[in-house]
Design a protein around this ligand. Structure first.
Ligand code: PEP
Ligand code: MN
Length: 337
């Protein structure tokens, strides 16, 4: 951190800032120019987060040097992390294909979908048992019954399952049935929930909040890592912009950006990212071209009857085509599916 003092800052004001820095057992380094005094801080400045230096009298501005996230940072770990989930690995040469319905609706629906996506080439099954719906009157998910159906589909078809956890009270229950927690966009900054999944060793798919910056998203990952769970996969799912032609604006530039900032694998969800069936395949291809480690797609055997997100769900035949097309891009960039 560098603290720039105002041109007329007094010695007393400079000393006051230095004293505060020393309270945290860090060393201030004063560089006195003709006009201004600059105080550099030697040591890990992150412990100073929350000290309101900008408000100290005589201070002009404060500049952070180190990233506010530590364990998530590439500085902490240079090589890519591999996150294991059952027989699947995120962050290796293979791009992980995750597919399934928005919501688990009944046993037949989830078993039919699991079989179809497995045949199409998917590696993991998704499906919500606890749904974060905008309307309290909309289908809220089957809860534990849905988790049991997911577990049966996993055991029948050998596909590890990922499902959303909405609430700290459900962490232990979901931990019992699922292979990976999904933290949804709406909960990306539910810090108590992040801490709770951080206390388990189960992999976590951390969706980007719909109004979150990359730095905020990485800080959310940091919460999970700081609580002891290093098995985090970041998931870009689009952000809200002024554009209304798509459900969200899929920020594919975040993929190479985040992969540069963190060692954690990065997934992309073109389904929620666009909300438009016609855009899902091209954005899946683009995601892999941009370096995505996983692609998450909603698939439903009969989207017309879906209880949530039917309008953006692919049928199994469309998903099969998507896997084939995405595989061509994977090969072109030295990866496999
Ligand atoms: C989902 O994956 O079903 C979902 C609700 O996603 P998001 O949190 O990205 O909206
Ligand atoms: Mn959905």
């Amino acid at each position: 951190m560098i603290i720039v003092m105002k041109p007329k800052a007094s010695k007393k004001q400079v000393d006051h800032v230095c004293a505060k820095i020393k309270e945290y057992k860090l060393l201030p380094h004063i560089s006195k120019g003709k006009e201004t005094t600059i105080i550099g801080i030697i040591g890990d400045e992150r412990i100073l987060q929350g000290v309101p230096f900008e408000g100290f009298s005589g201070v002009e501005k404060v500049m952070q040097i180190l990233k506010p996230y530590k364990l998530a940072s590439r500085d902490f770990k240079k090589e890519n992390s591999i996150v294991k989930c059952g027989n699947v690995e995120f962050g290796g040469v293979k791009v992980v294909m995750i597919a399934g319905p928005c919501s688990v609706e009944n046993r037949k629906q989830i078993l039919t979908t699991a079989k179809a996506i497995k045949e199409a080439g998917a590696h993991m099954l998704r499906g919500g048992a606890f749904k974060p719906r905008t309307s309290p009157y909309a289908f809220q998910g089957l809860g534990e019954e849905g988790l049991k159906m997911l577990a049966e589909a996993r055991d029948t078809y050998g596909l590890p399952v990922v499902t959303e956890v909405l609430d700290t009270r459900h962490v232990a229950l979901i931990n019992k049935y699922a292979d990976m927690f999904q933290i949804g966009a709406r909960n990306m900054q539910n810090f108590e929930l992040l801490k709770e999944v951080g206390k388990t060793q189960k992999p976590v798919l951390l969706k980007r909040g719909m109004m979150s910056t990359v730095a905020e998203w990485l800080m959310s990952a940091e919460y999970i890592l700081a609580n002891g769970n290093m098995n985090v996969v970041m998931c870009e799912r689009g952000i809200r912009t002024f554009e209304t032609a798509t459900r969200n604006t899929l920020d594919l530039s975040s993929v190479p950006l985040v992969k540069g900032l963190t060692h954690l694998p990065v997934a992309v969800d073109p389904t929620h990212g666009t909300g438009k069936k016609s855009l899902i395949m091209p954005m899946s291809r683009a995601a892999v071209a941009a370096g995505a480690d996983a692609v998450l797609i909603e698939v439903h055997p009969n989207p017309e009857e879906a209880l949530s997100d039917g309008d953006q769900s692919l049928v199994p035949a469309e998903y099969r085509e998507l896997v084939k097309e995405t595989e061509k891009i994977a090969k072109a960039v030295g990866r496999t599916i």
